[in-house]
Design a protein around this ligand. Sequence first.
Ligand SMILES: C[S@@+](CC[C@H](N)C(=O)[O-])C[C@H]1O[C@@H](n2cnc3c(N)ncnc32)[C@H](O)[C@@H]1O
Length: 341
Amino acid sequence: MHAVSQIIEKNLHPGEIHRSCLWINPEKDDSWIKAATNCVSLKLFSQDYGCFSFLQRSGAEVEFSAFPQASVDKYSWIIVNLPRQKALLGMLLECAVGLLAEDGILWLAGENRAGIKSADKLLKLHFAQVRKLDNARHCTLYEASKRLNQQVFDPLSYRLEWTLNYKHKEIEVISYPGVFAHGRLDAGTALLLDALAKMEIEGDVLDFACGAGVIGACIASNRPQARVTLLDTSALALRASEETLEANQLNGSVLASDGLLELEDQFDLIVSNPPIHAGVKTDTRLSMRLLESVPENIKPGGSLIIVANVHLPYENWLTQRFRHYEQCGSNNDYKIIMATK
Ligand SMILES: C[S@@+](CC[C@H](N)C(=O)[O-])C[C@H]1O[C@@H](n2cnc3c(N)ncnc32)[C@H](O)[C@@H]1O
């Protein structure tokens, strides 16, 4: 069980029964089963599709979306797991406060190295009483009560729009806190777009790990005949991608998937700036694991194009899985690799 789940479980007291509980972004484990014994009803909410699928398989009542659905009855207890993207916490807390009953309590738990220790400042914006409930296993758990105010949470107040230029066209990008490279073009993605701008792209294209949909939208805007699918595990990224396509009046479909697990189709081209972060750590094996089954989803003669940090050894991995690969762009920090099946 994850350390954050352990500190939450340690502070559950038998016999203390809450009316209704919402747990926002619990870890991928079974800690919810014990929490369920402390409330009449427990609902889990996850913004991560992999975690959502796991919790659903284990029998929990769980929702996957960008923001939890408003319920008629407010929750008497809300547990929030500290998100690893710092910018996301303010938005999640405002959203949670909007769902909490006046006499409700909120728990916020997270790892010390992920910044939980300074999160009490944000809690104090919404609650008159904030106390540290526990500190163990390099994690901290806060309890907040006596809600100060309650506005109707409006996700649009967090929506950010910015533009980029791709092949002399302005592309409007929509983003939310917590989405990769919120409000800016990532340097690796920029190099990838430079390389894509020089290529003839046709057929079925997958923007794998799409974030705000920058790559997919650029391709769809210049190749209206290409059929573009944008895939990510993050509900916020998928919402941003949908809105990016809509803002530019582009066709494309959006798919929630943990890696390629939900993908049945084969593509002429899979393009990606793959994730290399697991939790707060950088873990380059994550991208290799996620890309493991990529060849099965590429049509014969089709290609994979990725951007990678120059020091990452993708080449050995590609040699074993593709007929041919070449580098088609680089700078001091990144390289673009194209592998053909
Ligand atoms: C480096 S970002 C790239 C985002 C976007 N393509 C861009 O270039 O701006 C990687 C993306 O991978 C997504 N991701 C992380 N783990 C994933 C997984 N298991 N399956 C699918 N997507 C994942 C993240 O949500 C994030 O949006």
